[in-house]
Design a protein around this ligand. Structure first.
Ligand code: SAM
Length: 243
């Protein structure tokens, strides 16, 4: 059954009103008709099954016929901070990371970042990343679309650390503390920041700054993972631990 995300105010006790691009998708792509059933999610954990009542120009009205569906969200809120990678690797991280249950993503620039984004390019990328997150959330039957936040500088990333219950930085030279070990201490409901470096990784000074800012340095195993593999490994470990 096709799944559509709406804003909370578009979903009342008995009805959902769908507007925007999804109207075209329902009418022209899916060729749906009155009576067809769809799933609607308000992005705050309320997923319902509804029957289409009417399809008009710019608006589809849906009557709710089943109130709640299975919760498919991870029991912890994981934010992936990804060193801005080259090409379209961030798209892969967002698509696969959404399937694996990430709560939000942001890219950051650091010492070894090679990609340069001006404001215009960044705005375009963010728009594209949001679209990818929405489609991946629909495909994987998520109740929430992960937040795609603006690109941050290294300093801004460090300043955001106190906002999380657990803040972890993956570093391939870490030999003592494994991500899996830290996860055994994390309770359900906690927020986790997982910071992954760009292709060239972090320099030692950055790792020291991260520790000083309150990040715990963790290993993701014995092998060196590519920048885009590392967050997916992390999310898979988190899923294994909690699900
Ligand atoms: N600079 C390194 C090199 O060239 O040998 C590799 C960097 S790696 C391609 C990119 C990022 O993935 C790293 O900054 C780190 O965050 C993460 N990463 C990859 N393998 C890891 C591992 N085994 N343990 C912890 N982090 C890892």
């Amino acid at each position: 059954m096709q799944r559509y995300f709406v804003n909370p105010e578009q979903m009342t006790e008995q009805h959902v009103t769908i507007t925007g691009d999804d109207v075209n998708h329902i009418a022209k792509v899916m060729r749906s008709r009155a009576g067809d059933e769809i799933i609607c999610c308000n992005g705050h954990g309320r997923d319902v099954v509804g029957a289409i009542e009417s399809i008009a120009e710019g608006e589809v009205r849906v009557r709710i016929i089943q109130q709640t569906l299975k919760n498919r969200e991870l029991p912890v809120q994981v934010t992936i901070a990804q060193g801005l990678p080259k090409g379209d690797k961030m798209e892969l991280v967002i698509q696969k990371g959404t399937e694996l249950g990430a709560f939000s993503f942001f890219a950051f620039t650091s010492q070894r970042t090679v990609v340069k984004l001006d404001d215009k390019k960044e705005k375009k990328r963010i728009e594209r990343w949001r679209k990818i997150a929405k489609e991946a959330a629909e495909q994987s039957h998520r109740s929430q679309i992960p937040h795609i936040e603006d690109v941050r500088t290294w300093k801004e990333l460090l300043a955001s650390v106190p906002g999380f219950h657990y803040a972890l930085l993956a570093y391939e030279k870490e030999e003592e503390i494994a991500l899996a070990r830290i996860l055994t201490e994390v309770p359900e409901g906690a927020s986790i920041l997982l910071v992954i470096g760009p292709e060239g990784g972090f320099d030692e000074k950055e790792v020291e700054e991260a520790e000083a800012a309150g990040l715990t340095i963790v290993s993701l195993g014995r092998r060196i993972l590519r920048a885009e593999t590392a967050p997916l490994y992390g999310l898979s470990c988190i899923s294994y631990q909690f699900e």
